[in-house]
Design a protein around this ligand. Structure first.
Ligand SMILES: *Cc1c(COP(=O)(O)O)cnc(C)c1O
Length: 407
């Protein structure tokens, strides 16, 4: 496949083995094949079920808080000159970020499957926190797999998970971070899938998990399409949708409904975590041309050394700190539908300072990477260009690190 077909979401344009071009698939042990297949069948049924869709929309509206605002950053626009800068304030969603969409949908699926337990992985702790919120809301018992290194450095999120009644399962293997937490979680699921549903926290993992997550976060672009039409009367001639990319769920969800516009009209820009300035470490497998490898059941660009060992990532923003990236984005890069770049820790911090100086918006360090790119390109563009940044997280969670770095 070289091009995106019109009229069908990209999540459904994989081949019969689950690949988008060279990416994705199902690299899973034999024992996982049946539960993964069962989940795929159930999901296909549910997404066509009017009652299920009604239920999902009801909870998105009344619990998650949809739609989130679409606002113009008038002061920042005037200061920078050039393109108009707008924000989709997804951080208004319950829990302060987009991960709640995926967590909600997985919890609803678990209920329909008759499962009493839900398990998930987390690195920085936000996927875990959001899943524990959704599990509590929908009456499921929740276990979160988390590397011990992350448990030590993410105490507030661990406290939140416990408060929501979730059990945190410490992972001692490998680098004791997210990569290992996902692996352990999958291992646990193999032996417990009769009673337990598994949630993967981003558009990564075996094919069906990429699809469920992408389907859930697409709520963002569904809302945005309506909001743009209302604001401008039609879709403007030049739009740039800028989003940070970790696993790729917020960015995919932000772009999905615009996939069929020409890239001249709607450009997608994904901003990865470039890590500290003057350091070789980063979390930007798309930008720095990493090789294709298999991670968590799918083929994708992965940060790896010459022997194929996963390389440790580094970024100021915990949410972007992942060595791989969604097969959907690997595919969009290969067909050149999206452009990927990286912002350094320092650039993200300066962007945070500039945005908060001019606007009543408090973007977390992840979307601050996206703002860094917007700030870079806006002055060179004309005023009829509309830049929209997905402000997908609230900086409340980054309080300590912001204080440490900025005083
Ligand atoms: C987890 C997270 C990300 C990165 O994950 P994606 O799947 O790329 O969206 C980005 N921003 C925030 C606020 C997050 O919590």
């Amino acid at each position: 496949m070289k091009k995106i077909k019109r009229g069908i979401s990209l999540i459904d344009q994989h081949d019969k083995n689950g690949f988008w071009g060279k990416f994705g698939g199902n690299f899973i042990p034999e024992t996982l094949k049946k539960p993964v297949e069962d989940l795929a069948i159930l999901f296909e049924k549910l997404r066509k079920d009017k009652k299920f869709i009604y239920e999902k929309d009801y909870h998105f509206k009344n619990w998650v808080g949809s739609p989130t605002s679409f606002i113009k950053l008038e002061n920042l626009t005037n200061y920078l000159g050039g393109a108009q800068i707008w924000a989709k304030v997804v951080s208004e969603a319950n829990g302060g970020a987009h991960k709640i969409y995926n967590a909600t949908v997985h919890s609803l699926i678990a209920k329909k499957a008759g499962k009493k337990y839900i398990v998930g992985d987390t690195g920085a702790g936000y996927a875990g926190k959001m899943l524990s919120m959704a599990a509590k809301k929908f009456g499921l018992k929740c276990k979160i797999f988390m590397g011990v290194k992350d448990i030590k450095r993410q105490k507030p999120n661990c406290d939140a998970m416990k408060k929501n009644g979730a059990e945190i399962v410490p992972v001692y293997t490998g680098s004791q971070t997210l990569v290992d937490a996902v692996s352990e979680c999958m291992r646990y699921w193999v032996s417990n899938c009769d009673t337990t549903h598994m949630c993967v926290g981003s558009t990564v993992g075996p094919n069906i998990f990429v699809k469920i997550c992408g389907w859930s976060t697409s709520q963002i672009s569904k809302e945005l399409l309506i909001q743009i039409k209302k604001e401008f009367g039609k879709i403007p001639k030049k739009i740039k949708l800028i989003n940070c990319v970790g696993g790729g769920s917020s960015s995919f969800g932000f772009w999905n409904e615009f996939m069929h516009y020409s890239k001249k009209q709607v450009e997608f820009i994904g901003v990865e975590a470039g890590g500290p300035k003057n350091s070789k470490r980063h979390a930007a497998p798309l930008t720095y041309g990493s090789k294709i490898g298999i991670l968590h059941g799918a083929a994708q660009y992965v940060n790896q050394d010459t022997e194929g060992q996963i390389e440790e990532t580094e970024s100021i923003s915990a949410g972007l700190d992942y060595p791989g990236v969604s097969p959907l984005h690997c595919f969009l890069k290969d067909i050149k539908r999206a452009r990927y770049t990286a912002a350094t820790d320092e650039e993200a911090l300066s962007a945070y300072q500039l945005v908060t100086k001019y606007e009543n918006l408090n973007p977390s360090l992840e979307p601050s990477h996206a703002f860094a790119e917007a700030i870079k390109i806006a002055p060179k563009l004309s005023n009829d260009t509309v830049i929209i940044v997905n402000s997908c997280g609230d900086a409340q969670k980054d309080r300590d690190i912001l204080k440490e770095r900025l005083g």
